[in-house]
Write a protein that binds this ligand. Structure first.
Ligand SMILES: *[C@@H]1O[C@H](CO)[C@@H](O)[C@H](O)[C@H]1NC(C)=O
Ligand SMILES: *[C@@H]1O[C@H](CO)[C@@H](O)[C@H](O)[C@H]1NC(C)=O
Ligand SMILES: *[C@@H]1O[C@H](CO)[C@@H](O)[C@H](O)[C@H]1NC(C)=O
Ligand SMILES: *[C@@H]1O[C@H](CO)[C@@H](O)[C@H](O)[C@H]1NC(C)=O
Ligand SMILES: *[C@@H]1O[C@H](CO)[C@@H](O)[C@H](O)[C@H]1NC(C)=O
Ligand SMILES: *[C@@H]1O[C@H](CO)[C@@H](O)[C@H](O)[C@H]1NC(C)=O
Length: 434
């Protein structure tokens, strides 16, 4: 009997020691990764055009084999123990432009002290990889997007840095795209002293900070429990498969979609000049609409559909890692959908997020009382039906038909139906078995 007890106690003590050691090792390993960020292989060959654009050289990674070996051992160790990912979630909010992704991104940006949130870090990558033709090489950019996202989710900014123009000096930049949209990049610990006379296009609004020190950002990121990134640039979910399979990460993909007719209506307002011909054509003009724009529309719809089909098929690598959300559902039931997203991500839904949602979705009060959130948002979400010409809605239905069908957006067969408020174009649909 006594021997049994002794064995149990020894066993228990051993477990505690192992546990402690793991934590220390994982912390040391994080620190090492951070200190050595410039040594992360940059694959100079595949990104050589970046170097050309910068007209500067990124010093090729030094080969410190002892360090590399130790780092790898540590990584191996922690990976196998799954210490680094225990409870830590990595959220990727994937959308396309004009789908309300900035708004939905706020659900995570507002989470509070536990979340490191980045807003469109791939903006820099896309910009750098944009060819003279105005487009990008889809294969090359998909690879760059994937590698940058993977590093960022591990709080490593080094590859991302190489895409920032002008190239940061000593990891300091004045040019990080919409820095102020990530509250994590404007908090005290990432706020270096304000420097007089330095122009910053994107600067913190909550406090006066100097240029962004990416080393500080990285250190802050490592302290946070969870990490979230919003991006409208990933075209195919499948290109991110290595992230789902990276044992250092516990990635949760949230794909945000919206009725392509509403997206186009929104684009027609935002980029009015570009769609001048469309409007004229819809109003009875005889100049046919630009084939190139139609092809782009179709390409977008097909990419979104393909990504969603993979997600909804639930292949092994995506099990429990994929959620599809329609913007229309978020607009109509923001609190419920936000709670679902948090539940899916495995992160507690904080009061900060709740109050932010209340504040930002609530109808304005008027003398007759208070509008309900739902009623107001419902109105907003269907507004596009009164701005898009029926002929253009038909074009979208033609080229994006299968996409509309998959997400449960009803086709309209006449102008009257398009503008008939009593007919909802949003079918009730449940996509995720959570
Ligand atoms: C690129 O660098 C070279 C040599 O350092 C310099 O002469 C040239 O003006 C630079 N070009 C640009 C576009 O900055
Ligand atoms: C870097 O180190 C690795 C492992 O120690 C070695 O195989 C490789 O040849 C080294 N590369 C260079 C460029 O020194
Ligand atoms: C890491 O783990 C793999 C697989 O278990 C093993 O083959 C490799 O030798 C390990 N690497 C180091 C540096 O310990
Ligand atoms: C796109 O990039 C890939 C990989 O970098 C390259 O193999 C391919 O030739 C490029 N395609 C075009 C059309 O330039
Ligand atoms: C950036 O932050 C790091 C970490 O706090 C610090 O060591 C470094 O000196 C800072 N860089 C500059 C140029 O202030
Ligand atoms: C609906 O909400 C928006 C944004 O909160 C607000 O600007 C608008 O006035 C509200 N509309 C109505 C009818 O309450």
């Amino acid at each position: 009997m006594r021997i049994k007890y002794t064995i149990s106690i020894v066993f228990f003590v051993a477990l505690v020691i192992i546990e402690k050691e793991n934590n220390i090792i994982s912390r040391v390993s994080d620190k090492l990764t951070l200190k050595q960020t410039p040594q992360t292989p940059l694959q100079p060959s595949s990104f050589s055009h970046i170097l050309q654009k910068h007209n500067a050289s990124i010093t090729p990674p030094k080969n410190n084999s002892a360090f590399t070996l130790m780092k790898r051992r540590l990584e191996n160790y922690s990976e196998h123990q799954e210490v680094r990912t225990r409870g830590r979630k990595h959220i990727l909010l994937l959308a396309t432009t004009r789908t309300g992704s900035s708004f939905v991104g706020e659900f995570f940006n507002q989470q509070g002290d536990n979340m490191f949130y980045l807003f469109e870090p791939l903006w820099h990558v896309e910009k750098m990889l944009t060819l003279d033709t105005g487009g990008t090489n889809a294969t090359a950019s998909a690879k760059a997007y994937r590698d940058v996202l993977q590093q960022l989710l591990l709080c490593d900014f080094s590859l991302m840095e190489s895409f920032i123009d002008p190239l940061p000096v000593d990891h300091i930049t004045t040019a990080l795209f919409r820095r102020e949209s990530s509250s994590s990049l404007c908090e005290e610990s990432v706020c270096s002293p304000f420097v007089k006379g330095v122009f910053e296009r994107y600067h913190c609004r909550t406090r006066r900070c100097g240029p962004l020190n990416l080393t500080m950002a990285s250190l802050s990121c490592l302290q946070k429990e969870h990490r979230a990134i919003k991006s409208v640039r990933v075209r195919q979910l499948e290109t991110l498969r290595p992230l789902a399979e990276d044992p250092r990460l516990d990635v949760k993909f949230i794909q945000l979609v919206r009725d392509p007719r509403a997206v186009l209506a929104s684009r027609m307002v935002a980029f009015a000049a570009k769609y001048k011909n469309w409007k004229e054509w819809a109003a009875g003009g005889d100049i046919p609409i630009d084939d190139d724009e139609v092809r782009k529309l179709k390409g977008n719809c097909d990419n979104i559909k393909m990504s969603a089909e993979i997600g909804l098929r639930r292949p092994q690598w995506l099990r429990g890692r994929y959620m599809l959300v329609r913007y229309e559902d978020i607009a109509r039931f923001p609190m419920r959908k936000a709670a679902e997203m948090y539940r899916f991500a495995g992160i507690p839904f904080t009061p900060q997020v709740k109050s932010w949602i209340l504040k930002n979705t609530q109808a304005s009060k008027d003398t007759s009382g208070v509008y309900s959130t739902q009623k107001n948002s419902s109105e907003q979400v269907e507004k596009w039906r009164f701005s898009i010409p029926f002929k253009i809605a038909q074009v979208v239905q033609k080229v994006c038909g299968p996409t509309l069908k998959l997400f449960g957006y009803k086709f309209v067969s006449s102008e009257e139906m398009l503008t008939d408020k009593s007919v909802s174009l949003i079918e009730n649909k449940v996509f995720n078995v959570l």
